[in-house]
Design a protein around this ligand. Structure first.
Ligand SMILES: *Cc1c(COP(=O)(O)O)cnc(C)c1O
Length: 399
């Protein structure tokens, strides 16, 4: 009899009690808006920003309504205008090209490597061939490229880097936290990311001018002095006259829920990584299945795992997905012709100029993806990997 996994791949843990109590306090006080404070009070949102800046090591942090908003806000702060080309990963999720399109920019997609990071040779070529002045770098599924080399390529050509850290909050490259290499970094606190406020996000930066612009953009009106992890008032003097208000603030209720989660993040990362390593170990030496090597320079947050079935046909992959699904293991495939749920491909974003990325096509054709929520135990992770191993082997042998 085949074993079946009973857990839910979309079920996150409850909000910690401390977060629930803090949220109740905010609701009882009625001051949910971040600038609604009584004398001497510091808003939850301002405190959270201070704590997030300290956690990442950034000088400045700004709480926002979503990760997608944070990316768009960074692009605006950097002065991306309608018609500007913006370099970005061919392998990413829809809110990334979406944020570029939202400011009228034109996404220019860069190929992915078999390590699932941005192809730095292709990036260097596009940097030389296009007049793009911004790279929106998605650390897609938590895979971090050689950040020193990437910054060399971009700095050398005056290309500013915005890091999309939706999947790398808590990750690092050679000990430098993800988000600390580029001019600005965006994070998401949407339910499926590393902290959960339903919707939410952050921007961080060390650049006072960029952060002053981002704060005004986010809808601070002239109340920016109520921020704590923010540049000094001088930074706003010019900026406040020329920066539009594009409201996308975080509120105190979300911030209250997030503060205890941020304090707990290092422990949660260890738990994610135990799940990740358990699945990875369970899948090693499965015929036809390639594990993605994680370089020693990378500190990972294993909230999801990816594997390649490089030689499987689409039919075989379909069979693996179906057989695993029947046994309760929900896998996503990045090679499907049609976008499904959260998963889509660069060629399904038809508002962008059509581009051909042969390496990305080849790699995504064999790419499987699986979430690892913290409601799973290490035992669950072992069972899941056993099921995948059995079904992949069965389909490989049947051909
Ligand atoms: C989730 C996600 C975003 C956007 O975050 P939201 O908070 O949902 O807007 C951006 N980039 C990537 C890679 C994501 O997965």
């Amino acid at each position: 009899m085949n074993t079946v996994f009973k857990g839910s791949f979309t079920q996150q843990e409850p909000i910690p009690d401390a977060g629930i109590e803090a949220a109740l306090r905010v609701m009882r006080g009625g001051r949910l808006h971040r600038y609604n404070v009584v004398d001497g009070e510091i808003a939850e949102t301002a405190l959270l920003e201070e704590e997030f800046a300290a956690y990442t090591g950034a000088k400045y942090a700004l709480g926002l309504a979503s990760g997608g908003y944070a990316i768009g806000c960074a692009l605006r702060a950097l002065g991306v205008r309608s018609g500007d080309k913006v370099l970005t990963n061919g392998f990413t999720l829809a809110p990334v090209p979406g944020a570029i399109a939202a400011v009228g920019g034109e996404p220019v997609f860069v190929e992915v490597t078999e390590d699932l990071t941005i192809d730095l040779d292709h990036l260097a070529r596009l940097v030389a061939e296009t007049d793009a002045k911004v790279l929106l770098l998605s650390h897609m599924r938590g895979h971090i490229c050689d950040m020193e080399l990437l910054m060399q390529i971009c700095d050398g050509a005056g290309v500013k880097v915005v890091e999309d850290c939706a999947h790398t909050m808590g990750g690092a490259w050679k000990g430098v936290p993800s988000g600390r290499h580029g001019a600005m970094a965006a994070y998401s606190t949407q339910t499926y990311k590393h902290m959960n406020s339903g919707e939410g996000g952050f921007l961080t930066s060390d650049d006072p001018d960029l952060m002053a612009r981002a704060i005004i953009l986010s809808g601070s009106y002239m109340l920016y002095a109520r921020h704590r992890a923010a540049p000094p008032p001088e930074a706003f003097e010019q900026v406040k006259w020329v920066t539009p208000n594009v409201s996308g603030r975080m509120d105190n209720l979300r911030a209250a829920i997030l503060r205890p989660q941020l304090a707990d993040l290092p422990r949660q990362i260890e738990r994610w990584n135990s799940l990740y390593r358990a699945v990875e170990d369970g899948l090693r030496n499965t015929p036809g299945l390639k594990i993605i090597d994680r370089p020693a320079e990378e500190s990972i947050v294993g909230s999801s795992i990816q594997v390649l079935l490089p030689d499987f046909t689409p039919d075989q992959i379909g069979e693996v997905l179906k057989a695993c699904g029947t046994r309760g293991v929900e896998l996503k495939w990045f090679g499907g012709a049609e976008p499904v749920a959260f998963t889509s491909r660069y060629d399904s974003w038809r508002y962008a100029n059509p581009q051909s990325l042969p390496n990305t096509d080849r790699i995504l054709a064999g790419l499987l993806d699986m979430r690892l929520p913290l409601t799973f135990s290490v035992e669950d992770a072992r069972l899941i990997s056993e099921i995948i191993r059995e079904e992949v082997s069965r389909v490989a042998l049947a051909s």
